[in-house]
Design a protein around this ligand. Structure first.
Ligand SMILES: [Fe+2]
Length: 249
């Protein structure tokens, strides 16, 4: 993600996206049909951050319950599917860890179904899986979730359209107005090549940064495979973030 940084009156560094950016998705991506309905038709306006935005309530540790990071123990029994560990570090553009920042995820269950009334995919819900979790990064920027590998699901964007397995991520920076959203994919997924959301990121290396890495070192023997997904908030090695409000696509 190529960004140009701007210092706001509040002293924070805000990312700005160049219109010729090959790694940040275009606001209107015709292959991803619903972007035509919601992309801004007017030039974006810079909204300076003042003291209210910078010092407003931060979503922190007090928002995280005991089981929020473990999506497999939030109900009476374990959910169905392949248990996995998803972890990594949140870093800034200089490689410095971002501690104490809220990381949230949401995802479909192992059958590719969201617990959401708008999801009409004829696949079973799992009464033991809600599909959302959150945790704080530690002092070294580490986060970790235990969850179930999500299933692929159809989404009617085009003929025979299927979303690759993915997990949605949301991150809060130093202020509420800095919230960033992205998606994590799995290595070797055969559906990525035909997915307009994945391919809306035109730069190949940037697309690769949306794919997690299988990690044998943190795989727990006889219990769960582990995937690593580092998130870099800015810079040439930055993760790819969405401009839109969160979507279940
Ligand atoms: Fe999704």
């Amino acid at each position: 993600m190529t960004t140009h940084e701007t210092r706001s009156p509040g002293g924070l560094i805000l990312p700005q996206y160049g219109s010729d950016d090959q790694s940040h998705p275009a606001l209107n991506t015709p292959e991803y049909r619903s972007t035509a309905l919601r992309y801004p038709k007017q030039p974006l306006q810079y909204l300076p951050q003042y003291l209210t935005e910078v010092t407003g309530p931060l979503l922190g540790q007090d928002r995280c319950g005991e089981h929020d990071h473990d999506l497999t123990v939030q109900h009476d029994d374990e959910p169905l599917g392949e248990r996995i560990i998803v972890g990594g570090r949140v870093l800034d553009s200089g490689g410095k860890p971002v501690p104490n920042t809220l990381v949230e995820i949401w995802q479909a269950n192992s059958a590719g179904r969201y617990r959401h009334q708008g999801d009409r995919h004829p696949a079973p819900l799992d009464r033991n899986f809600s599909g959302s979790g959150r945790c704080m990064t530690d002092s070294d920027g580490n986060y970790k979730f235990i969850t179930i590998k999500p299933g692929a699901y159809p989404w009617r964007n085009h003929d025979n359209a299927w979303r690759p397995a993915h997990i949605h991520f949301s991150l809060f920076g130093q202020a509420f107005t800095q919230r960033l959203i992205t998606q994590m994919y799995f290595p070797g997924d055969p559906l990525c090549y035909q997915d307009p959301i994945f391919n809306s990121v035109r730069d190949e290396q940037a697309r690769e940064r949306m794919i997690s890495r299988f990690d044998l070192d943190t795989t727990v023997p006889e219990w769960a495979l582990s995937y690593k997904f580092d998130i870099v908030l800015r810079g040439l090695e930055g993760s790819v973030f969405e401009d839109e409000e969160e979507e279940d696509d």
